[in-house]
Design a protein around this ligand. Structure first.
Ligand SMILES: Cc1ncc(COP(=O)(O)O)c(C=O)c1O
Length: 392
């Protein structure tokens, strides 16, 4: 056994965790945070800070920025000058601010589906026009970019691509070859990439997350947005980082933070302490987490063997993107089946195809499972799902 106990059941219903706002008896597997405790060093640092009992305005110090730079240098081999790094209030917020800074109303913004819903919806806010570049599904079930269609989108005038790496929901960690193909087109059409890398630390053995901004000629055209939220289960803190090499864009984004409110980009006292502690002391904890999640994935896949459900083992993320086409159910039937028969709550597939989630168009033949929970709970959830499907 390792140093950390990921088997421990944490009563997150009792602390009003969004994920656990479900009917008693249903196992929630939708919202993408984990049911594990955060690294103990994070809580220790917060306790130490709270002991001072003074909570006035605080600022990020050089040591806080260095903790981020050291982490990304070690874990993503991303060497970044200090002045390119901005502190942010979170990932989605920053993705939007950057996209708005790069576009005008009426401009087209490319999203590659399947994709985390709010990232699709971002483009529709403030009258930008989302253009879907649906990813291709290879014969083995893996998804990859449709570069031919991406080129059409760029040729028709889109200049901003909203990217998700590793991809939520498919769990793909993009290879150098895939990223190079994308980067070549973006350079050819003089476009930008806004890269949501919130899942960048959750990558399994044999895979490597490559920030697209580190590819030749991409430093200034690719904006990297990330945080500790997924890695250390710290989504409740609302703090993150962005790397923006282009000085004009960086100034625009800084100005937008200022205009949206004095506190934007100036994280709260406890968030700073928590983030710095995680980056400085969380590496060993993360290593054990990845082993544990890998075990959960193997277990979940085993339960799905011999059922009509098809799934491709994710390269990264703690999400399973499950093809349920063989069940022949549309969204309403699938939701009812999951609630009444399997007694679990996955995220329905159409969430990853359209922002108009009430319309139930698109990827109804999939659902997404969050497997980041103690082994006993994932075992129970997958057993329920397997039995319910086999009983059909
Ligand atoms: C791909 C992706 N981006 C962004 C977010 C949310 O980030 P934040 O809470 O920092 O806005 C999530 C959370 O599920 C996510 O999966």
């Amino acid at each position: 056994m390792g140093r950390y106990d990921f088997d421990q059941i944490v009563d997150r219903r009792a602390i009003n965790a969004s994920k656990w706002n479900v009917t008693e008896g249903i196992i929630p597997m939708s919202i993408a945070d984990t049911d594990f405790l955060s690294p103990p060093e994070v809580s220790e640092a917060i306790r130490e800070r709270v002991a001072v009992e003074s909570y006035g305005y605080s600022r990020m110090t050089d040591a806080d920025y260095d903790a981020i730079l050291d982490w990304i240098g070690t874990h993503q081999r991303q060497e970044v000058p200090r002045e390119h790094l901005l502190s942010t209030p979170g990932v989605l917020y920053t993705m939007r601010v950057v996209m708005f800074a790069l576009t005008e109303p009426g401009d087209r913004v490319i999203v590659q589906t399947p994709l985390h819903t709010p990232s699709i919806g971002s483009a529709e806010l403030r009258r930008r026009v989302p253009v879907k570049n649906q990813m291709k599904r290879l014969p083995d079930g893996r998804y990859t970019f449709d570069l031919d269609n991406l080129e059409r989108c760029l040729a028709e005038g889109a200049r901003v691509l909203m990217m998700c790496a590793p991809n939520n929901p498919t769990g793909r960690v993009w290879t150098m070859e895939e990223l190079s193909g994308l980067a070549d087109l973006v350079k050819e059409y003089d476009a930008w990439i806004v890269s949501d890398e919130i899942h960048r630390d959750i990558v399994y053995r044999g895979k490597r997350h490559i920030p697209i901004s580190t590819l030749p000629g991409m430093e200034e055209r690719a904006i990297t947005v990330f945080s500790t939220s997924k890695t250390f289960n710290m989504g409740g803190f609302h703090i993150g980082s962005a790397i923006i090499a282009d000085p004009r864009l960086r100034a625009d984004v800084t100005q937008a933070f200022y205009e949206y409110g004095h506190s934007c980009g100036r994280p709260s006292a406890l968030c700073i302490v928590a983030q710095t502690a995680a980056y400085k002391h969380g590496a060993g904890w993360l290593e054990e987490l990845l082993e544990y999640l890998d075990g959960n994935i193997s277990l979940a896949l085993k339960y799905l063997e011999g059922t009509p459900l098809a799934v491709f083992r994710p390269d990264g993320t703690f999400l399973l993107w499950v093809d349920c086409e063989a069940l022949g159910m549309h969204t309403d039937e699938l939701k009812l089946f999951m609630r009444e028969k399997a007694r679990i709550q996955p995220a329905p597939g159409h969430y990853f195809d359209t922002y108009q989630i009430g319309e139930y168009t698109g990827l109804q033949h999939h659902f997404r499972l969050n497997i980041a929970m103690p082994r006993s709970l994932i075992e129970e959830a997958m057993d329920r799902l397997r039995n319910a499907v086999l009983a059909l």
